[in-house]
Design a protein around this ligand. Sequence first.
Ligand SMILES: NC(=O)C1=CN([C@@H]2O[C@H](COP(=O)(O)OP(=O)(O)OC[C@H]3O[C@@H](n4cnc5c(N)ncnc54)[C@H](OP(=O)(O)O)[C@@H]3O)[C@@H](O)[C@H]2O)C=CC1
Ligand SMILES: CC(C)CCC[C@@H](C)[C@H]1CC[C@H]2C3=C(CC[C@]12C)[C@@]1(C)CCC(=O)C[C@@H]1CC3
Length: 345
Amino acid sequence: MATRIRSSSKRCAVVGGSGFLGRHLVEKLVEKGYSVSVFDIRQSYELPGVTFHQGDLCNKQDLLVALRDVSLVFHCASPAPSSDDQALFQRVNVEGTRTVIQACQEAGVQKLVLTSSASVVFEGTDIKNGEEDLPYAKKPIDYYTQTKIQQEKLVLQACNKEKGFLTVAIRPHGIFGPRDPQLVPILVDTARRGKMKFIIGDGSNLVDFTFVENVVHGHVLAAEYLKPDSPLCGKAYHITNDEPIRFWDFMSRVLVGLGYDAPRYHLPYSLVYGLALLLWLLTLLLRPLITIKPTFTPMRVALAGTHHYYSCARAKHDMGYKPLVSLHEAIAQTVASYPDLRRGA
Ligand SMILES: NC(=O)C1=CN([C@@H]2O[C@H](COP(=O)(O)OP(=O)(O)OC[C@H]3O[C@@H](n4cnc5c(N)ncnc54)[C@H](OP(=O)(O)O)[C@@H]3O)[C@@H](O)[C@H]2O)C=CC1
Ligand SMILES: CC(C)CCC[C@@H](C)[C@H]1CC[C@H]2C3=C(CC[C@]12C)[C@@]1(C)CCC(=O)C[C@@H]1CC3
């Protein structure tokens, strides 16, 4: 009996646990003594203490199997932003999240921690030290952002102390680190194709990039501090490195660390944004005939050419958050983790 009580309070599930952030989170939870149930559409690794359940989060019956005896659920599954597939985002991030909530409630889960995104308030214009009470973007810049907003609202509105179901949303920004399939690989691919010569705008815009270990730390703290009498219930929290950096300095540090040249020549922001918009419209028109995947999407250009950094004061105050790894150390660890992406490799 004693073993059962101990195991259920240390049993959790990570929906999306095969992904970049999910796997780092699972590794940390195992290190902290949790037994973890991973639910994902794919299985990408094996780890003692982890049970894998392969399935689509839109299927409640599949989810219910993974959530058996689980009191805490982390939901960090999403289609990749680059898929730009409106129907897929709607199905997984909105309908699927509704299903995750229902499955949690039916399975008697007590806490749900959602990985949202700081981008839910980003409309393509400057945000400086943005706090969580900024309004959601009225004109979200892409389908990914549009459905992340709906997803966050669903999860936060589901928080119900009377029914013993508590929810919280973590809003990270620009996650990077070892095994990231997105930021560094796209950057290096662009450099290898000779397209990373230009700085969009004057290069002075400050942005948050957040080391994956710090994002994991924010999730674990949120789970621990989420209690019926805590201020976390039904709230969103920014989790960043708390060291905004010039977007182009960050790109240059990673590129130079991997042996590539830093971008040098400046292009006007509105020109590049206009071209990216035109290209995006063209890809929409041609989609029935051919699939084009532009590197410079309007979202990426907006992210590269505006200020967007966020305050983590709320997370510091309510859950004692403090980044564990500095940006300097995080970039060094990340660069060292990609020997295959070095110039000439
Ligand atoms: N990376 C970043 O900079 C940021 C990410 N976020 C959020 O963090 C979370 C994790 O992102 P990240 O780790 O980068 O993303 P990944 O794509 O690496 O991980 C997401 C995981 O979810 C899986 N998945 C997708 N659809 C389903 C489905 N229908 N059922 C079950 N599993 C599914 C994916 O599988 P598959 O790969 O096969 O699709 C993948 O394994 C996401 O919610 C994202 O929105 C927020 C801010 C910044
Ligand atoms: C080609 C270059 C102009 C840019 C290369 C790097 C980009 C791929 C990344 C720079 C900022 C990143 C970012 C995200 C994805 C990768 C970048 C665009 C997100 C959109 C991922 C999902 C989120 O929730 C928000 C992120 C903001 C920053």
